[in-house]
Design a protein. Sequence first.
Length: 103
Amino acid sequence: MTLKGVGFKLCFYDKIDGRPVYLYVSPEQMAAYRYRKYLRGSIVDQIPAHRYVTVYAIGRVEQSPSAKQWNLLVDDLRNLGLVLGPQRAPAPSTAPDGDTESL
């Protein structure tokens, strides 16, 4: 996930024809969305702490002009749902002597 100012960009795990698929939400789309603070603060900012995000969307998938990737285009953010998956396991901390502590 990449944060783009107020907007964001997600890269999907699955590929189409061997090329990556992206969902890009522009800052302009976020500014026009009524619940942007909830979407950004409660969901998008929490994505790095989780293993997966399930995306439900009504939109279309189009090939990029360079034909190197696919883009999921959602015209209205009311047609986008993001469900956070399980949280990532905490990374094991390393003791000063190089041994790994067990949690």
